[in-house]
Ligand binder design. Structure first.
Ligand code: NAP
Length: 314
């Protein structure tokens, strides 16, 4: 029996992967999408999305990703709630291992995204989207004249704290040490902002609130030096303690940068292996927006289509 060889396999199902699927499907490349551990990607853990063009009244993150999926399926992209266990990129067709099946593909688009690091508290996951957020750009707008905390001491925390001052009445940076990790210039900008203060040597031990009744109302802080705990009222908590690219599958197989992001071409989505493309947050350390991810998913599908035309398998 001859093995079936797909034109395109897409790994990942956030805005990048599903946009790649829409474009590849409309180019008659019959893509298969393996959606992975978090179908729909990071937007499924946010609530309202108000900055995605085309939704003037906003849309819930999970609903938006359902629409992306439906749009891909409309053009007969095959989407599976399955996770890829392993890939073999040593020769074309590439091999994609899913459970006890091996799928063959002429091209692969990697859109496995990045995951915001979280504190790992039960109360944090319960209140995620209900006062707790891992994305100030996405959710800051909902905290007009509110008191918010931001956790972290790096450049992201400073940048997000400054961004949040456009909306919030006050922003307190909660940092576990007595010294920030952020660059001097970002520290200065944040510390000179009259709306920002820092709660040093502190970590959040618990978040307080009920998702079905107003969401977050405060946190329990722990002094990391004395161990003492105290309660602090607030309306929002933003976690900015870094992101992890979901690139474990590709370690040793594609060139990654020192943080594990896939390295792509300067103005395209090519990777270090011909025929493998990467789009979305797995290769984006700068913008990390749904709309930029979708844009790069479109680029990856066009790059794959072009590659297939010029590199037919015998
Ligand atoms: P980062 O530099 O790794 O900083 C993470 C921060 O979170 C650190 O202050 C760390 O504390 C804290 N942290 C980590 N785990 C924690 C935990 N479990 N509980 C409490 N705090 C925790 O990450 P980032 O700020 O996302 O920046 C990533 C990279 O992007 C950096 O190279 C940064 O310079 C760059 N970046 C640049 C800009 C800019 O230049 N405009 C903007 C954003 C990001 P400790 O300090 O105690 O380890």
């Amino acid at each position: 029996m001859t093995k079936k060889i797909q034109k395109v396999i897409i790994i990942g199902s956030g805005p990048a992967g599903l946009t790649a699927a829409i474009y590849a499907a409309r180019a008659n490349l019959n893509p298969i999408v393996f959606e992975g551990l978090q179908p729909g990607g990071q937007l499924t853990i946010t609530t309202d999305v108000e900055n995605y063009p085309g939704f003037p009244d906003g849309i819930m993150g999970p609903e938006m990703m359902d629409l992306f999926r439906k749009q891909a399926q409309r053009f007969e992209a095959e989407t599976h709630f399955l996770t890829v266990d392993k890939v073999d990129l040593t020769e074309r067709p590439f091999k994609v291992f899913v459970g006890d099946k091996i799928h063959h593909a002429e091209t692969i688009i990697v859109s496995t995204g990045a995951s915001a690091q979280l504190l790992g508290l039960e109360s944090e996951s319960k209140l995620m989207g209900y006062g707790v957020s891992a994305c100030a750009t996405c959710d800051g707008f909902f905290f007009k004249e509110k008191k918010v905390l931001i956790v972290g001491g790096g450049d992201s925390a400073m940048e997000e704290a400054i961004f949040l001052t456009k909306f919030a009445s006050s922003v307190s940076i909660v940092h576990r040490r007595d010294e920030l990790r952020a660059s001097k210039i970002m520290q200065e900008r944040a510390l000179n902002n009259p709306k920002i203060d820092v709660i040093w040597n502190s970590s959040i031990e618990r978040m307080i609130g009920d998702p079905s009744n107003g969401g977050l109302t405060g946190v329990v802080l722990k002094d990391t030096v004395s161990g003492e705990t105290s309660e602090l009222k607030c309306d929002g908590v933003f976690i900015a303690i870094g992101h992890t690219p979901n690139s474990d599958l590709f370690r040793g197989k594609l060139d990654l940068d020192e943080k594990g992001y896939i390295i792509t071409g300067a103005d395209n989505t090519s990777t270090s292996v011909d025929g493998v493309f990467a789009s979305g947050d797995i290769q984006d350390t700068v913008y990390r927006q749904a709309v930029t991810a979708a844009g790069s998913g479109c680029m990856a599908a066009l790059d794959a289509e072009h590659f297939l035309e010029n590199n037919p398998l015998d």
